[in-house]
Ligand binder design. Sequence first.
Ligand code: ACM
Ligand code: ZN
Length: 473
Amino acid sequence: MDRLRIVPKPLKTELLGGEISINASDAVFSIEEKLGKEEYVLTADQNGIRISGGSEQALFYGRQTLLQMKGICPCVRITDKPAHEYRGFMLDCVRHIFSVDDIKKLIDAAASLKMNRFHWHLTDDQGFRIWLDSRPSATIEGSVRKRSEFGSLKEEGEYGGYYTKNQMREIVDYCAERFITVIPEFDIPGHCSALIHAYPDIGCTEKPVEVKTHQGIFEDILCAGKDKTFEIVHDILSEILEIFPSEYIHIGGDEAPKAKWKECPDCQRRIRQAGLKNEEELQGWFTNEIVSFLKSKGRKAIVWNESLKSGLIGGETVVQMWMDPKKDSVAFANSLGGKIIVSDFFHYYCDYPYSMTPLNKTYNYKAVIKGIKNPETVYGVEVPIWTEFINNFEHLCYMFFPRFAAVAESGWTAEENKNAEDFRKRFRSYCAILSKIGITAAPPHEWNPSPLARATGTIGFMNRNVRNKPKNK
Ligand code: ACM
Ligand code: ZN
């Protein structure tokens, strides 16, 4: 079986006796309707290589498996399908921008690991990275920050950039050819300093706001009381929908402090007029306004789990769980049958060092999180990377891999079939494919640091980045 080291691990592998020399270009493909949309059967024996699948996407996955089989292999029948429907990765292109070519490398890796979603984080306090024809100021004004001071990663001089419509469409098409859906994120109402910088009149105070130069949670959020806010947000979303055909659009909803809403006459009027109890409910109301707008265009929303604090989010909206001490996501899934995407901060966030989040911790985390009554409510998993402390592609890959592949395996492989030691062996073989793509993973001795290295690494990271943070302004 040593020559059948496939990542993610297939559901069932039967040895048929004998050996065969693998030549991927000899494979014969056929659609078989009785198989599921993402299910395939790969047979390699003396009669050659045959892949049958329930759809073109399933055949694509069969081919990805075949591409990991090299040289002389045992004759084999692999019967395979995913454990979860949603298998994604998230890239923050705000704090640092990555080129279309580099993003394509991540997409190639995701496709080869049978992932099917790319969540593209495109707007935040430190930049607005989507070109818009209807609202050019959002990008012209909002895409540039004066300098960067992310902990010890300090870069003097203006930092700016955005993706043109052609570039975004190029990514959408590149993904579609690999059966990956791009889910753009327009993060509202919090994390909007860059947008408010361009349009101060959609903030509560209407005072100028800087495009932020450091990480943090900032009090200037979109005003939920002014109609102008919705005019601009609708314009932006309308253009986003033109570029991105995905059923779901991510509308953020994380980390939205309510201090400005508490003092804003417009927000307070909205609370009274809409019969809401407080500012948390105002966020729920705001989200539902956007959900209705998306629904009128035939789309749906994904939100981060803080949006659930309002108690007003309906079961048609998908919730991405990242930091949820009160288990609102579990309650949402259990009471409304709402779908959740699992991206737990302590296990899946790849911007944190291996000393804080070792590979085994990521790998062993169970996608069907504690308390979930119906496993079907777990839509799937997503591995995020935020880029405050990552300003080049090499470092991005070092932080992402192998944890990226560990989450891909948690999305594809049934829990009872997973094994961390076996995964590490298979991933070492898989590095040859990553290397062809242009990706270098962290070296194996760094994946699971010793307890001492974990402590010193964590303290070092905190000292460099978190304690070294300028005060929010
Ligand atoms: C998040 O990490 N603020 C979703
Ligand atoms: Zn307001």
